[in-house]
Structures are given as C-alpha cells and as structure tokens.
Design a binder for this molecule. Structure first.
Ligand code: TMP
Length: 204
C-alpha cells in the first residue's frame, strides 16, 4: 500500500459522490489518517474564485472559456495543493481530469484531443492512484435531480445530458480498469460503499 495515495471521486450529479466522500473523510478522521481534500472546480484560494465564475447561474461564458477556467483552477491546485502535500498526506480530490473528459467531451462534444492535451499540460506528471466512480440509474437520477435546487449553472442540464456524461465516465472506467472502482448508489447501501472504499484504499 502506498502510504499517501491520490484518490479521486467522480460521478454525475445525484450519484452519491458527496455522501461517499463525506463518510470516507469521517472514517479517516476517526482513524487519525492525515488527509487533505479539495474539489474541482475550486480548491486553492484562487481556484475557489474561479469556481464562482464558472458555476454562476448568470454567467454566459462560452464552452471554451469554461474549459480554460476549469483548467486554470486545476493548474493552481496542482501547484499549490498537490505538489505541496504529495507523499505527506492522503490527497482526496472531488472531481479531477476525468470530469473534464466526461462533461466537456462526452457531454458537450468538445474535442477530446484538446482536452487530453490540456489535462496533461496542467497536471504534468501527477497521476491519480485510484478513482471511485459513483453511479446512479436513470430512475433514481430523475428522482434525485427533481429534489435538488438548481443551485448552479451545471445543475440545469437535462437527463439526457447527464446520461451521456455518465456513459462517458463508465467508458473511462473500462479503459482504466485497474485504477477504477465503481460505487453503485442504487443497490449498495452507504455502508457497503464505505466498506468498498476502505478496502480499496488499503490496497492501493
Ligand atoms: P460539483 O457540484 O460536484 O462540485 O461539480 C460542479 C460542476 O462542474 C459539475 O456539474 C461538473 C462540472 N465540471 C465540469 O464540467 N468539468 C470539470 O472538469 C469539472 C471538474 C467539473
């Protein structure tokens, strides 16, 4: 086991991502495991400012601007957070490069080559050790999304968009089987998923 791996959580809205991260962090605190957690877009002080710009309901930025702001936010995180804590603390990231592939490419149809180049350009040699992909089926997705308040720009898409994004995530997980663990929020309880996270975290 690598003492302080980098772990990412990915998944569409209403997939249970935040719940899984919350319970994992509670477990880490209880077991006195040193960790740092941040989200994307957002994270470093400057990146949180960018998050507000990107997700603001009133912002009418074009797709390219959004993509570049997301990458700018990531670039700051790589420099200011990841490099600083790499090997010193467990790093948990709530969304990372695969979200850009899933949302901007599979969801919005942007060029995959450009996205991959930008991901490589900003992350340099930083590699995620393990990714937990949180999934939800269509009927639960619809139910849960209807209960959510439309709090930001990315909460306003329709089901078919989220469906495309989730299919994209699943494709990515199949291409990188060794590093991906699926957490199904339809059939597994929160406790089952936490046990899966802990088991895989211990062997990464
Ligand atoms: P969150 O609500 O889980 O923090 O995610 C914010 C939104 O940002 C979510 O709808 C996904 C979107 N997003 C992208 O479109 N591309 C990205 O690269 C990232 C990190 C997030």
């Amino acid at each position: 086991m690598r003492k302080y791996p980098i772990i990412a959580f990915e998944g569409i809205e209403a997939s249970g991502k935040s719940t899984n991260i919350y319970h994992f962090c509670k477990y880490l605190k209880k077991n006195k495991i040193n960790f740092i957690k941040f989200r994307e877009p957002g994270g470093s002080i400057f990146s949180e400012k960018l998050r507000k710009l990107i997700l603001n309901k009133k912002s009418e930025l074009n797709l390219e601007t959004d993509l570049l702001l997301i990458q700018a936010s990531r670039s700051e995180n790589c420099e200011k957070i990841i490099k600083k804590y790499l090997g010193k603390k467990l790093i948990i990231i709530d969304r990372f490069t695969d979200s850009t592939i899933a949302y901007q490419h599979y969801g919005m149809g942007m060029d995959i080559k450009i996205i991959n180049q930008l991901n490589d350009f900003v992350t340099k040699k930083i590699k995620i050790d393990l990714t937990f992909l949180c999934t939800v089926n269509k009927s639960n997705m619809i139910k849960r999304l209807n209960l959510r308040k439309k709090i930001n720009k990315y909460d306003k898409f329709n089901y078919s968009f989220y469906n495309k994004v989730q299919k994209g995530f699943i494709k990515l997980s199949k291409n990188h089987k060794k590093k991906y663990v699926l957490l199904d929020s339809n059939i597994n309880s929160v406790k089952d998923n936490l046990n899966t996270i802990i088991k895989n975290f211990k062997t990464v």
